[in-house]
Design a protein around this ligand. Structure first.
Ligand SMILES: [Zn+2]
Length: 189
């Protein structure tokens, strides 16, 4: 089967710190340091109520209890959990289309919200060769599996570039290295 691994999906889970009994003075300092805790609601927001990154902060656990993932997860991990509760696949973890072999005219399209996307090809039919990881990017959206020849194309669905951003400086001035593909004559494509 085809595998899709998105860099954005690699959300690290924070290690839960052990519950420590704090003195009153320490608690006051901590509340001052994080003013948003005072007006933070203990209600768990649903997926449709998530509008900004601020909404992706969990209410935390009640004192004396061990927090669940739903209570303590933040950021992308929280978005993924809220999506799963409503049957929404946030990171689109479905296997890629393996019903055919991709060609240059009709490649297997892989959606990506990031600048780069790794695609694991196992051939057509699926699992006919070991998984080979191909790197697609916005600058080089087409890639062909060296084992079976299946062609993949990245479809960028992430946020549009802002106008102040110099497109050529996307990777901090580092130009993507050239490969043999850059020197193949057009008639051989
Ligand atoms: Zn392949």
């Amino acid at each position: 089967m085809f595998l899709q691994r998105s860099a954005i999906a690699v959300a690290r889970r924070g290690v839960a710190s052990p519950l420590l009994r704090r003195s009153l003075a320490t608690t006051v300092v901590r509340r001052d340091a994080v003013p948003s805790t005072s007006n933070q609601s203990t209600k768990i927001k649903t997926l449709s109520e998530i509008k900004t990154a601020e909404d992706l902060i969990g209410p935390g656990a009640k004192p004396g209890t061990v927090p669940t993932d739903l209570e303590q997860a933040t950021g992308l991990e929280r978005l993924e959990i809220l999506g799963k509760m409503e049957g929404v696949d946030i990171f689109d973890m479905r296997p890629l289309d393996a019903s055919r072999k991709g060609t240059l005219e009709n490649p297997i399209v892989v959606r990506s919200a990031g600048d780069e996307q790794y695609v694991g090809c196992t051939g057509h039919p699926a699992d006919s060769h070991v998984v080979i990881w191909l790197g697609l990017s916005r600058e080089r959206p087409l890639e062909r599996c060296p084992e079976c020849g299946s062609v993949y194309k990245m479809d960028y669905v992430g946020p549009a570039d802002d106008h102040h951003h110099d497109h050529h400086g996307d990777h901090h001035g580092v130009e993507e290295p050239k490969t043999f593909a850059n020197f193949v004559k057009p008639e051989y494509w």
